[in-house]
Design a protein around this ligand. Structure first.
Ligand code: IMP
Ligand code: MG
Length: 186
């Protein structure tokens, strides 16, 4: 049984107000659809999932529970935002010590905005000669994209507005909610 009272309709974080934008049902549907595609596309392979901290944690846990492949999981960290709501384009990649060479890599991301973070990650990882690399992102803001990256698995495309919840933060807050909230600008 689902109960809809386990998260508020509106939240406020520091000075900003947010309202529910994507429900748990929609999240589950989007995650299942990516899991089905990956199970199908990687049949017979042993992919290495790279979970980008911290934002992709909720997405990754829900997705990985539905992966029926022989697979491995590692964490990496790539940061492009400080406590601001716009992308800096200044990306730092950390923890990149997983054995990448010859592997089929699937990067798990929370959201693709400008694309700078994922582009930097793809460039770093390519140096280590994987057999293949694909990206699975829970959210994407196509109108914000400023780089030419190819993202094979996208959960939900959203308008170019700031969101929190389900792992995504505003100045490190709001990650814990089971739904996605959008900045309420009215
Ligand atoms: P990009 O480098 O501009 O593509 O930004 C990607 C990263 O910025 C994501 O992994 C998030 O950590 C963060 N980000 C982008 N948009 C949002 C948002 O709407 N809410 C929270 N974090 C975001
Ligand atoms: Mg972030």
């Amino acid at each position: 049984m689902r109960n809809n009272m386990n998260h508020p309709e509106r939240i406020s974080i520091n000075d900003k107000a947010f309202k529910v934008f994507i429900s748990q049902e929609e999240i589950e549907k989007a995650v299942k659809s990516i899991a089905d595609r990956i199970n199908n596309d990687y049949a017979g392979k042993t992919p290495l999932f790279l979970l980008t901290l911290k934002g992709a944690v909720f997405f990754a846990v829900d997705l990985l529970k539905q992966i029926q492949l022989d697979c491995e999981i590692e964490t990496i960290s790539a940061k492009s935002y400080g406590s601001e709501m716009t992308s800096s384009g200044n990306v730092k990649v950390k923890n990149l010590d997983a054995r990448i060479k010859g592997r089929d890599i699937i990067i798990l991301e929370d959201i693709i905005d400008s694309g700078f973070t994922i582009k930097a990650l793809l460039e770093e990882l390519s140096k280590q000669e994987p057999n293949s690399i694909e990206v699975a992102t829970f959210l994407s803001k196509p109108e914000m994209l400023k780089t030419n990256v190819s993202v094979k698995y996208v959960g939900i495309e959203i308008p170019p507005r700031f969101v929190v919840g389900y792992g995504l933060d505003y100045a490190e807050k709001g990650r814990q909610y089971p739904v996605i909230y959008i900045l309420d600008e009215d």
